[in-house]
Design a binder for this molecule. Structure first.
Ligand code: DSN
Length: 418
């Protein structure tokens, strides 16, 4: 009904939303940081809560009329603390980047040293990359993965930390497919009196479901987005120990943000409740089963997997020996209805715009109900495209197969009547 109203008022935007709806419904989304929210998140995020200013925190606002918003934010905070076992939660960050910025702003001064995972080895822009505020405002040093096995070499990370003595160590990743030893990171941080921040954006859903060790026990600060494996609205959260609560809250507001997005905070609350259910746990377990299956099937088709496998929701394919760039692979797959991203592999010789790898993950296809059987079929489709890069007609063929598969696992069709 609301979409019809939009059609009357702004047909251009309506048509573009409809096209994107069709793209999401009939593509295989294998970008590991993307997911599909359910109707309850759509409704909450699209609610009238968008109307209201609520600068400040519950019962300490700069605007009148916030009583219901106070309750909503309190509920989101309580659920975030309960879900992850945290002493304090701030649910206002508009994004994961803002959540990370808030932590830095709370405990660092410009010029202080941070140490994060190199973006070329799976880190995030905000972990100290030169192009981001994190590499410009702070002195950033990086650690990477081992050249031999492409895993974290904790002894080497410790050696760099002891030499560089950063004030804050960041771990967590955008394309590291293995379990991270947070305890070991904390031991390293303690040796030099550094803070430990874990950015668990990618794995938050796995952590909530007990499918990945929880960093909250070990880190001074844990940041996350809410829209990846957690399956909520786009946004961020900071979790921390009680002693940092005031510093974090002041850093988020008024430090780096103004009015909180209360419609998004309400949707975060809904997503956090959902993440406490047995169905969510089963969903996260299936993500791991699907990722392992897709990964081993791709490997069976003779592709090299970075680090030799996966423990999580994602993995990287190294295409160097196939003479295909990540960029070309991404484009060929997109034309075939399969969405992945080009991604640097560790020690990549190509630039970030071209890359030698692609990154795949299964949170979105698992959300639509696909299981191991479908993953085997998807691996075949990917292999067909990548082993016939010059065959444009084949891509049309594969796209039809993707369409037929997606039809069997409907997503929004029933709601929006596709
Ligand atoms: N851009 C996200 C990703 O795709 O991993 C990280 O924030």
């Amino acid at each position: 009904m609301f979409l019809e109203k939009l059609k009357e008022k702004d047909e251009i935007i309506y048509n573009l939303i409809k096209k994107e709806l069709e793209r999401e419904e009939f593509s295989l989304i294998l970008i590991p940081s993307e997911n599909y929210v359910d109707e309850t998140i759509l409704i909450t995020q699209g609610s009238i809560l968008t109307n209201k200013y609520a600068e400040g925190y519950p019962n300490r606002r700069y605007y009148s009329g916030c009583r219901y918003l106070d309750e909503i934010e309190e509920i989101a905070i309580t659920r975030a603390k309960e879900l992850f076992g945290a002493e304090h939660a701030n649910v206002q960050p508009h994004s994961g980047t803002n959540a990370n910025l808030a932590v830095y702003y709370a405990v660092l001064k410009p010029g202080d040293k941070i140490m994060g995972l190199d973006i070329a080895h799976g880190g995030h822009l905000t972990h100290g990359t030169a192009a981001s505020f994190s590499g410009r405002l702070y002195e950033a040093v990086t650690y990477g993965v081992s050249r031999e096995n492409e895993l974290f070499d904790y002894d080497e990370i410790e050696r760099i930390a002891l030499k560089e003595k950063p004030k804050l160590i960041v771990t967590g990743a955008s394309s590291y497919s293995r379990i991270i030893d947070f305890k070991r990171f904390r031991e390293i941080a303690d040796k030099i009196g550094a803070y430990l921040m874990v950015d668990m954006a990618h794995i938050a859903g796995l952590v909530a479901a007990g499918c990945h060790p929880n960093p909250v026990e070990y880190a001074h600060f844990v940041t996350t987005t809410t829209h990846k494996t957690l399956k909520g609205p786009r946004g961020g959260i900071v979790l921390c120990k009680k002693e940092f609560a005031k510093a974090i809250d002041s850093a988020v507001f008024p430090g780096i943000q103004g009015g909180p997005l209360m419609h998004v905070i309400a949707a975060k609350a809904v997503a956090l409740k959902n993440a406490m259910t047995p169905e969510f746990k089963a969903y996260q377990e299936q993500i791991i089963k699907n990722t392992k299956t897709l990964c081993s099937e791709i490997e069976r088709h003779d592709y090299r997997i970075v680090s030799g496998g996966t423990d999580t929701h994602l993995f990287l394919i190294d295409l160097s020996d196939k003479n295909i760039t990540g960029k070309d692979a991404q484009e060929a797959l997109e034309e075939s209805g399969i969405m992945v991203n080009k991604n640097l592999i560790p020690y990549d010789k190509r630039s970030p715009a071209i890359t030698s790898g692609i990154r795949l993950g299964t949170p979105a296809v698992t959300a639509r109900g696909m299981k191991e059987e479908e993953m085997k079929f998807v691996a075949q489709l990917i292999h067909h495209v990548l082993s016939n890069m010059g065959d444009i007609d084949l891509r049309r063929d594969i796209k039809e197969k993707v369409y037929a598969l997606c039809k069997k696992f409907p997503l929004y069709s029933n709601i929006f009547g596709l």
